[in-house]
Ligand binder design. Structure first.
Ligand code: CP
Ligand code: NVA
Length: 307
């Protein structure tokens, strides 16, 4: 059966229902266990990777995911974009050669402009606004460890930007109780917050935004953090340390959570800043499985889009 996401862009989780997301997670679990069993929907196809910010996990896991499905990943560097060609013109031209584009960039509008110009699927590999592939892998990791997602309390501590926004969107669709704790002025995107609150209520979960990290961490099943200084935000790292100091995921914070709480981080970690060595290397941490799951979630996503 043709999946409704077949041939579609994947620019955010906004257009996905809880069911769509669950379908991808189920497929990812199966692929992780059984492999792709010779399924090669990308055979003879080339997928470009256009990254305007650094990446270790997303870039490499997408390259491998394309390979596993029989396709040819092409890292696109030194494009004329750097000399002022517009993103729209670039999208038109690249889609004459390629069968898909995986894009990491700054403003969400930039990937949307590219996707509007391109007539091949465009997939979001992180923007300033959201990181939907990360959130899929995160949900997959929780599902794998806990056997379900509904009713689990996920507390995110840190900056209310891309990763937090996508956690709200995914958790709310999967009936989780999501709490986002940020310093004042660093709260998540208001319209994603509103949309996610409504969806959480509809699905029997909840979404709370707070400036109190201890309140958020208390009774958490999942404690999640991200860097204090995101890519493109490097102007004043010392200010960030002062702003986020109370949000550090350390052993004291971990004691507030449930005894069997999972510790998650999208990585890269800045050890000693948002997370301590003892916590990231401790028995609650699932960060390496979480990083591995980027690959399985993306193989599943590509299977649906190209299946
Ligand atoms: N988590 C994540 O997106 O990592 P990279 O920046 O290394 O891709
Ligand atoms: N918020 C971080 C996520 C890195 C995967 C950033 O945008 O740099």
């Amino acid at each position: 059966m043709k999946h409704k996401m077949r041939g579609a862009d994947f620019l955010s989780l906004q257009g996905l229902s809880g069911e769509d997301l669950s379908d991808i997670l189920t497929e990812a679990l199966r692929i992780k266990k059984e492999g792709t069993r010779g399924f090669r929907p990308l055979s003879g196809k080339a997928v470009g990777l256009l990254f305007e910010k650094p990446s270790t996990r997303t870039r490499v896991s997408f390259e491998v995911a394309v390979l596993r499905l029989g396709g040819h990943p092409m890292m696109l560097t030194d494009l004329q974009l750097g000399r002022g060609e517009t993103i729209g013109d670039t999208g038109i031209v690249l889609s004459r050669y390629l069968d898909g584009l995986v894009v990491r960039t700054f403003a969400q509008e930039r990937i949307e402009t590219l996707a509007a110009a391109a007539d091949v699927p465009v997939l979001n590999a992180l923007t300033d606004l959201c990181h939907p592939c990360q959130a899929m892998a995160d949900m997959l990791t929780i599902l794998e460890y806990r056997g379900g997602l509904g009713g689990l309390r996920l507390a995110y501590l840190g900056d209310g930007n891309n990763v937090a926004n996508s956690l709200m969107r995914s958790g709310s669709r999967l009936a989780m109780d999501v709490v986002i704790a940020t310093p004042k002025g660093r709260e998540p995107d208001p319209s994603i917050t509103q949309e996610s609150k409504e969806l959480a209520e509809k699905h029997g979960g909840s979404l709370d935004i707070t400036n109190d990290p201890v309140q958020a961490a208390t009774g958490a099943d999942v404690l999640y953090t991200d860097v204090w200084v995101s890519m493109g935000d490097e102007a004043d790292p010392e200010h960030a340390k002062r702003l986020f100091g109370a949000f550090q995921l350390n052993e004291e914070m971990l004691r507030m959570a449930n005894d069997d709480a999972m510790v998650m981080h999208c990585l890269p970690a800045h050890r000693g800043e948002e997370i301590t060595d003892a916590v990231i290397d401790g028995s609650h941490s699932v960060v390496w499985d979480q990083a591995e799951n980027r690959l399985h979630a993306q193989v599943a996503l590509l299977s649906v889009i190209y299946g």
